[in-house]
Design a binder for this molecule. Structure first.
Ligand code: DGP
Length: 113
């Protein structure tokens, strides 16, 4: 999608602090971190949101969680704990309509939902 900021990051048109990349996924640091560790795990395939997922995306979504687990270990937050969040739709706080998994860690989040 030509006007999608995450597609531009994936294509290298916008710089990002990448922590992981393979043939189907990329992960980079969030530009507005909400925690000491805040990484976005993003499929290279443009999918607007969870609402637009198709049955053939199931393996891709599963892989996002596997990669999140690896990155959490790499970032040394796996032991203490971390949060994985997918905002879906405007009222949930989704601002970039290219599906992504937030990995948040490095602070106490127990007071939050
Ligand atoms: P969401 O609100 O769930 O759609 O999350 C979108 C996140 O994307 C938000 O936390 C800020 C981040 N973000 C937006 N634009 C950029 C960008 O250009 N670079 C990076 N690294 N993150 C971005």
């Amino acid at each position: 999608m030509s006007d999608c900021i995450f597609c531009k990051i994936i294509q290298g048109e916008i710089p990002s602090a990448k922590v992981y990349e393979d043939d189907s996924l990329v992960a980079f640091r969030d530009i507005q971190p909400a925690a000491p560790t805040h990484i976005l795990i993003v499929p290279k395939k443009h999918i607007d949101s969870v609402n637009a997922l198709a049955p053939e995306d199931e393996a891709l979504i599963g892989k996002m969680f596997s990669v999140a687990k690896e990155i959490a270990a790499q970032e040394s937050v796996a032991e203490k704990g971390y949060r994985l969040v997918v905002n879906t739709g405007a009222e949930a706080g989704q601002t970039v309509f290219h599906v992504h998994l937030h990995l948040l860690g490095g602070r106490d989040m127990r007071a939050l939902i």
